[in-house]
Ligand binder design. Structure first.
Ligand code: HEC
Length: 135
């Protein structure tokens, strides 16, 4: 434990903290993506998940979100799409409402403010992971 803390502060001291943090965010995002999104959107997000041929509405290729938006990753739209409780999908859609899914996996969180932040953190982590997959 001591050694780990020392390593972390050394990394921070050398100015790698920002890089390390975003690599970690991407890992969290990838784990969440693999657990919650890959079945429909495919392991590489190309819209070819196992469920894709069972679905009546095709799961879009998520590596082309930037290409389809004049080269700019539509971060806010993606966040709202994943959360599902607000914005573009507020009135329903084919995707599970992950704002609720992610909130309910936080069983026993006594602090509602903390759980709001955790849900937002998860949604953002997945969104940042998707950004990293853009072609
Ligand atoms: C049950 C299958 C299913 C799962 C699971 C699923 N999606 Fe989707 N997703 C869809 C379908 C179908 C659409 C297109 C229709 C719609 O938006 O409702 C879509 C649309 C999207 C879009 C909008 C794409 C565009 O072109 O605008 C994004 C972004 C997205 N999904 C991300 C995710 C992420 C991230 C996860 C996991 C947290 C996820 N999806 C899980 C089926 C799924």
């Amino acid at each position: 434990m001591h050694g780990l803390a020392a390593t972390i502060s050394m990394v921070a001291a050398f100015g790698f903290a920002a890089g390390a943090a975003s690599a970690q965010d991407a890992d969290i995002g990838k784990t969440l993506y693999d657990d919650y999104c890959a079945a429909c959107h495919g392991a590489g997000a190309a819209g070819d998940g196992d469920m894709a041929n069972l679905m009546t509405i095709p799961a879009p290729n998520l590596t082309l979100l930037a290409t389809n938006n004049d080269g700019e990753f539509p971060m806010l739209k993606v966040i709202h799409t994943i959360d599902g409780r607000t914005g573009v999908r507020a009135h329903g859609g084919a995707m599970p409402v992950f704002g609720r899914v992610f909130a309910s996996t936080e069983a026993g969180s006594a602090n509602p403010y903390g759980s709001v932040l955790e849900v937002r953190g998860r949604v953002l982590s997945v969104a940042m992971y998707l950004e990293s997959l853009q072609k």
